[in-house]
Design a protein. Structure first.
Length: 84
């Protein structure tokens, strides 16, 4: 999709793209009280230090099983949803 299409879809007036380092810097400049910034959704580095790929994989598998069971319980079938 084009940038303006993404903006329209989100209902945004403007879109800004920045790298992760710039995002962390902007947050730090916003408040001196913020000493750490959890960007794990972007970089996979969790501030707790106890989350690894094996743990995430285990959670993902359990959620997949739960989602499948809900689908079966409601008589729904998996359907493909086009992206993009």
């Amino acid at each position: 999709r084009e940038e303006h299409e993404v903006g329209e879809y989100l209902g945004a007036d403007r879109l800004f793209y920045q790298n992760l380092g710039d995002l962390k810097q902007a947050v730090a400049l916003g408040s001196r009280n913020i000493t750490t910034f959890d960007a794990s959704c972007f970089d996979g580095e969790y501030v707790t230090g106890d989350v690894d790929q094996a743990y995430l994989r285990e959670i993902g598998l359990s959620r997949s099983d739960s989602a499948k069971q809900v689908s079966i319980d409601f008589g729904e079938e998996d359907e493909e949803v086009p992206v993009g």
